[in-house]
Design a binder for this molecule. Structure first.
Ligand SMILES: C[S@@+](CC[C@H](N)C(=O)[O-])C[C@H]1O[C@@H](n2cnc3c(N)ncnc32)[C@H](O)[C@@H]1O
Length: 204
């Protein structure tokens, strides 16, 4: 599904197993407090906490303002981080670059989120097509990101793009995965700290 992207787009400086890189737990935040607040405010605005939520590429924080009404499932690489997520009802460790198929039933979520992590996926369109499959009709997928990353683990195409280009890449991933009417937004002014870009769409 990633075949029409330029050759080398999904290569990474560190092609080694992600399990090695993510083995040590990192109980840190990857964006500043204003950007974190902007993620939670966006989720509230989009009604994310009102349903059952799957947070992909998650850790000990999911940036939701409250426990989702339908529960929260977190999926990521580090079991200790996921186990410490105070809002999660269920945690799954899965390397989405090895296996992009989500272990969940069709139409079983109201929202799929992915915060400051889409740049690490080498098969993003396959993962997002899976997000579409597990969303109920009308369910929403929300990607958020800033301008920082672990550069050895981000894909080359993302690193080569400027910030507007990354918004376009994230939107194109969603369109390639079958989502229509993709919305993009900048939720914090760059002059006031970490910028927070958001790209979202609803399953038809
Ligand atoms: C920068 S952290 C962001 C964590 C969290 N989403 C947040 O907002 O703080 C990147 C996350 O992506 C996850 N991740 C990286 N590569 C992954 C992969 N191949 N499969 C699944 N998750 C992955 C890691 O477990 C890590 O928690």
């Amino acid at each position: 599904m990633e075949d029409h992207w330029p050759a080398g787009f999904f290569d990474r400086a560190d092609p080694a197993d992600d399990a090695r890189f993510y083995a040590p737990p990192r109980f840190v935040t990857h964006i500043d407090d204003a950007a974190i607040a902007a993620v939670g405010a966006l989720y509230d605005e989009l009604g994310v906490p009102g349903g059952r939520v799957l947070d992909l590429m998650s850790s000990w924080v999911s940036h939701l303002s409250r426990r989702p009404d339908g529960g929260l499932v977190v999926l990521g690489m580090n079991a200790a981080e996921l186990a410490a997520n105070p809002l999660a009802d269920e945690a799954r460790v899965q390397d989405l670059n090895r296996d992009p198929l989500l272990p969940f039933a069709d139409a079983s979520y109201d929202a799929v989120t992915c915060c400051v992590s889409i740049d690490y996926l080498t098969r993003p369109v396959e993962v997002l097509a899976e997000a579409a499959r597990v969303l109920r009709p009308g369910g929403i997928v929300v990607l958020t990101f800033s301008n920082r990353c672990f550069p050895t683990k981000a894909v080359r195409g993302w690193l080569a793009a400027d910030e507007d280009g990354r918004v376009a890449i994230a939107a194109a991933y969603l369109e390639d995965a079958g989502f229509e009417d993709v919305t993009t937004a900048l939720r914090t002014p760059p002059s006031r700290g970490d910028p927070l870009y958001a790209v979202w769409a609803r399953r038809g």
